[in-house]
Design a protein around this ligand. Structure first.
Ligand code: HEM
Ligand code: FPP
Length: 299
């Protein structure tokens, strides 16, 4: 290969990675796990792959599209924060025009897949989640109120319901309970990171809770939401949706989360907030895997 050809192929690889980064792939991967668990819990047997495949692809494409719009709208904020300044838009690696085209194509493709191969209810609810995150949270709430992530959390919490409606075509109370779990998890998940990155958010003038109400108040809110989360997480067992495997596993996960929240409030070190944020991700992954394992063992 000539020097030029090598340079060209490196360029191509780099830009492919940058498009992938726009979609927040690790966030979307966890969202999709929660959607798959929603699908599986909606039925006693295995989910028909002719539904599962287009549902996962459609929800994934629309979530990735919402994430790309978030990158586009937030590019000036992202340029001011150490955590985000190397993203493809602030660095100039991708132009706003390319991002708009990418997000539009992904969003349309995702919607069509859901509308044509899954059902209209799922397509509409996924569209509402996309608008909730890309428009309501990113364009308005994020800049307007420290309750931004609490309200915006509804969009990120929706995937188990999207999975459920993909299989049944109906909204069921059990699916809403799964949404409630992620909704209650979001504040400790995000505020732990926001405590760690409070200076960044202050510098970028984003009214996150630690900036507007201080670190101590935020830590109290994290502790209270974590207590609420442990209560909400027991409901699947109490209503007979999940069994003892789930209850035992989620109790262990809850002890870990509560211990972090307590430590963060009363005996923190420099890394406690960041470690709690990382734990929150393993926590949610573990919880949904437990729901799945429990479901197939007990059904
Ligand atoms: C309004 C709701 C949410 C907010 C404000 C939020 C905020 C954040 C932020 C700021 C990060 C750091 C990203 C980075 O390091 O660049 C993050 C990471 C992450 N979030 Fe959330 N999040 C929310 C909801 C969710 C939901 C619903 C899920 C999944 C079900 C999720 C899963 C993750 C994962 C897996 C990461 C790690 C990503 C990585 O390592 O690249 N988040 N979140
Ligand atoms: C269709 C569907 C299910 C919808 C979308 C859901 C979705 C992608 C939620 C992601 C939530 C999230 C990572 C918020 C952080 O945004 P931020 O701007 O506060 O964080 P940042 O500073 O890292 O960009």
């Amino acid at each position: 290969m000539t020097q030029q050809a090598i340079a060209r192929s490196q360029e191509r690889r780099a830009s492919w990675r940058e498009y992938l980064e726009l979609t927040k792939p690790r966030v979307v991967a966890l969202l999709l796990l929660t959607a798959v668990v929603g699908m599986c819990l909606a039925t006693t047997g295995w989910v028909d792959w002719q539904i599962m495949l287009p549902a996962i692809t459609g929800i994934g494409l629309m979530a990735g599209s919402a994430a790309a719009v978030n990158h586009l709208v937030d590019r000036h904020i992202d340029a001011k924060m150490a955590r985000t300044l190397r993203r493809p838009l602030p660095t100039g690696a991708l132009s706003p025009k390319k991002v708009i085209i990418f997000a539009t194509v992904m969003g349309l493709l995702g919607y069509l897949l859901l509308e044509l191969f899954v059902n209209r209810l799922t397509a509409m609810l996924t569209l509402a989640s996309l608008v909730g995150y890309a428009v309501v949270y990113t364009m308005y709430l994020k800049r307007a109120t420290p309750q931004n992530i609490v309200i915006g959390g509804i969009a990120g919490a929706a995937p188990p319901l999207l999975g459920w409606t993909a299989v049944t075509g109906e909204i069921h109370a059990n699916a809403v309970l799964l949404v409630m779990i992620i909704f209650t998890w979001t504040p400790p998940h995000f505020w732990a990171l926001a405590v760690h990155r409070a200076k960044d958010y202050a510098k970028a003038e984003v009214p996150m809770l630690p900036v507007t109400h201080g670190i101590d108040f935020t830590k109290t809110c994290i502790l209270l939401y974590t207590v609420l989360l442990t209560v909400v997480c027991i409901l699947p067992y109490l209503i007979g949706m999940s069994g003892l495997i789930y209850l035992a596993g989620v109790s262990a996960l809850n002890i870990g989360f509560l211990a972090y929240a307590w430590k963060l409030k009363f005996a923190p070190n420099k890394m406690t907030a960041y470690n709690m944020f990382k734990y929150s991700i393993w926590y949610l992954m573990g919880l949904f895997i437990l729901l799945l394992v429990d479901h197939y063992i007990f059904s």
